[in-house]
Write a protein that binds this ligand. Structure first.
Ligand code: MG
Length: 408
């Protein structure tokens, strides 16, 4: 099998409502680049990448010069062709490699007639549990879906739990003053006395604010405290004062950083992102190192549609040490670009696909529909807040949004 062509199409898939975070917001949609790697036997492998537009599509398709004629089974060579770490000083292609790797794994699975999890050594579970990923939200264009007050947050969380069956809840903070988010987190913990919780302010707190917040939630049934502050050194200081595991998806996202964290621990749980780490195989390797050193792992979400979600499901299926519910933004999406529509949740979990490869196929009509939406709406600035046009994020944040003020 040889690669003969690579296609990239940007789509914009609507969210139920804009999701707020410490850097700004997802403005009511996810922009993703859908990658198709075509083989000489007619098979098409699927990949996915965050962001989009002409430059993103070109960054993918320009790799034809490296990849046409390459055998998708040669995954180790692929890694060095695309993301050799020393060449990467000049062209950081970690995330593009991930998208191409997803597609190559999809091709190999299809050729052999086996699901991706079989290529990774076989599944240990057939369903992957997910956390309810709770965001403060702006209302949608029709004025619905706002999550700003604590009453709105509790109602939103209850609706998600009723609809999807979540038993773990993650609150994305870093938006409103820490005292307000502390009250919100405690309110959630009191509302669902049987469930587990995690809080993630996207590294917006100072070290001292993180220590104050962490100490104030020590009695909650916490999985972990995720990126309360920025940097390995900051996290190390928080860890010395707060009695719960710390987790990161920001400052341990490669093997160099993982080694540093093992020599001088700053976090206890590594959140593996199939895009940030450069592919599924990289995540499996990182999880094996974490298993050896008894660090926790979970599956991180950087905002996915169904192709990347499939990679997260296959990863979750094969990790022996997946002791936490995975994260996904997926339930905030209104639709998907895969055949059959969105994956469904049962009792807070999604079944791992059984069809060969990733186990998902493109719905060409949906691809065309959401490609047209992208062409009409374009990109959005992830690091700006639509409710505060003059504001920009700082680390640590010292200028919180006012919970009494919504979007006009
Ligand atoms: Mg995070």
């Amino acid at each position: 099998m040889k690669i003969v062509d690579i296609r990239a199409t940007t789509v914009s898939v609507p969210l139920e409502a804009p999701l707020r975070h410490s850097n700004g917001a997802h403005w009511g949609r996810f922009v993703r680049t859908i990658v198709e790697v075509v083989a000489d036997n007619g098979l098409v492998g699927l990949g996915e990448l965050g962001g989009g537009g002409e430059s993103s599509e070109r960054a993918v398709t320009s790799l034809k010069q490296y990849l046409v004629g390459h055998d998708p089974m040669d995954l180790n060579a692929l890694q060095f062709k695309i993301m050799n770490p020393t060449a990467g000083l000049y062209n950081n292609r970690v995330q593009i490699h991930a998208a191409i790797e997803f597609a190559c794994l999809d091709l190999v699975g299809q050729l052999l007639g086996v699901p991706l999890y079989t290529l990774l050594g076989g599944r240990l579970r057939s369903r992957v549990p997910f956390a309810s990923y709770l965001f403060f939200r702006y209302p949608d264009r029709d004025g619905r879906g706002e999550v700003r007050t604590i009453a709105q947050l509790l109602q939103h969380a209850s609706e998600l739990k009723d609809r999807y069956g979540f038993r773990t809840h993650k609150l994305k903070g870093g938006v409103f003053p820490p005292r307000y988010e502390l009250e919100a987190y405690h309110a959630l913990a009191n509302r669902f006395p049987e469930d587990r919780f995690r809080f993630d302010p996207n590294a917006a707190f100072s070290v001292e604010e993180a220590i104050r917040f962490g100490q104030a939630i020590e009695e909650v049934r916490n999985d972990y405290f995720e990126d309360p502050t920025w940097g390995l050194n900051g996290l190390r200081r928080v860890r010395a004062y707060v009695r719960m595991p710390l987790a990161t998806n920001t400052v341990v996202v490669n093997f160099e950083q993982l080694a540093t964290n093992l020599r001088d621990p700053a976090v206890d749980v590594i959140l593996l992102d199939t895009t940030f780490w450069g592919g599924v195989k990289q995540c499996v390797k990182a999880a094996q190192i974490c298993e050896t050193f008894q660090l926790g792992v979970s599956v991180h979400s950087s905002g996915e549609v169904g192709i990347q979600l499939a990679t997260m499901l296959h990863l979750g299926a094969v990790l022996p040490n997946l002791t936490f519910a995975a994260d996904a933004h997926y339930h905030h999406l209104r639709d998907d670009i895969i055949e059959g529509g969105k994956f469904s949740y049962v009792d807070g979990a999604i079944s791992v696909p059984e069809s060969p490869g990733l186990g998902v196929k493109l719905d060409r009509d949906k691809l065309a529909e959401y490609s047209a939406v992208y062409k009409s709406l374009g990109n959005y600035p992830y690091d700006r807040d639509p409710g505060r046009p003059e504001w920009y994020s700082m680390v640590p944040n010292t200028d919180w949004a006012d919970p009494n003020v919504g979007l006009n």
